[in-house]
Design a protein. Sequence first.
Length: 281
Amino acid sequence: MLTPTAEIVAAARAAGGGVGAFNVITVEHAEAIVTGAEEAGLPVILQISENAVRFHQGRLAPIAAAARAVADSSRAAVALHLDHVESDELFDQAAAHGFGSVMYDASASSYADNVAATAAAVRRGRRRGLWVESELGAIGGKDGAHAPGARTDPGEAAAYVAATGVDALAVAVGSSHAMRTRTARLDHELIGRLRAAVPVPLVLHGSSGVPDDELVAAVRHGMVKINIGTALNSAFTGAVRASLDGDAALVDPRRYLAPARAAMAGTVAAALRLLAGTTTP
Ligand code: G3H
Ligand code: ZN
């Protein structure tokens, strides 16, 4: 059932665990993620990025409606989150399409501009009942726009959260977007200092490149919302490739999409269990 992001994140935080937020590109992603959550018996966050909306020819409505319908029909608690939103126009459409939360991304701007734009977005979001996440510290890997190795300063993070009023903060602690190998090493001491400095839940972006033991340690040190995208696409596309390589006569998309969706669901279930602490690495 569709559940507010705020509720799912607060419950994970209170339990001392983490919750997976997985990127949706097509309806099969939404189906796979929700199937994984049902298999694990755990809540989940479906997130649609501004990039994914661009892929859908700039139309938010069709993919949002599909994800929402999948969430509504699930027995798992499923939140709908709009991810990496740079456009104010898109931000302002979120609530009407069923999103409980938005990540407003002004991290490429200067500190002052990031504060001003994010504080304004939070004010508009509040009027629509949205939970707002934002980013400070420019996490690497987004279209090569940000330098890897960036780190969020805890003192600046505390001032930023106070000035903007955000509900959650994405921080740069060593992860980077779009990694296809799990070789990232996180700065756990910094995660602990950030958790002590800011009153809101911390968000880890670029989690596909982070090994299981590092993810578990990140949650232990204070990360709550764990964003995973590329790992799902690796599982999905790997299965599509195996199907097509194995049968040159295959033309029905259902024959290669079904195993791909199942592979993605397995990846989601394993990640959710790991983050909730119901399995160990
Ligand atoms: O916001 C989305 C995530 O940060 C996903 O990053 O594709 O590197 O796992 P990833
Ligand atoms: Zn991200």
